[in-house]
Design a protein around this ligand. Sequence first.
Ligand code: 5GP
Length: 205
Amino acid sequence: MVISRKGCMLVLSSPSGAGKTTIARELLAQDDGLVMSISTTTRAKRPNEVEGRDYYFVDEATFSDMTAKDEFLECAEVFGNFYGTPQAPVREALDHGQDVLFDIDWQGTQQLTKMAREDIVSIFILPPSLEELENRLRKRAQDSDDVIAKRMAKATREISHWKSYDYVIINRDLEESLAKVNVILQAERLKRRRRVGLADFIDQL
Ligand code: 5GP
């Protein structure tokens, strides 16, 4: 007997370059029960990014039109660009008992937490040090010096929000961090309040 379950909203946040995107990709590749929430953004597409896989890339007029039509679950301005989580795919996945993974910043996490505290599992990923964070951003070689400087300045502010997350992981080693996120997800899936089919199971024991 499969016990029906309500999907949870797994939020990963970190300063850019702390490894969150890689962790998210690996997690999705390993876990059929998890789907990614693809955000909409007004930011320019980076060379290695794919429309509909990494983001939906739109202009500002389209973004504000979507905001006016209440199409976002949450939205925020980050580094002068707008980012938003389209709500329809999230609701559909959760209704089908799937978990949804969000790669969003602290502002978005705060909005989602206000809206659906019981469904949120939030994890903050920290770099081992600020020096290491800058190294990783430079290695990525996707942003100009100016953007890297902006991201480093923002990183300290982003990190200051660590206390509003349920879990904090220091990403020293990808495999180790991935294993930790997995353990959190497995445990959260076993929470009684999410297992809406338990009462029926108990009844037929
Ligand atoms: P990047 O431009 O490096 O892809 O993302 C910059 C920041 O925006 C990251 O911290 C990322 O988590 C955040 N972000 C991406 N999509 C969303 C979204 O839909 N909502 C919010 N609030 N933040 C987002």
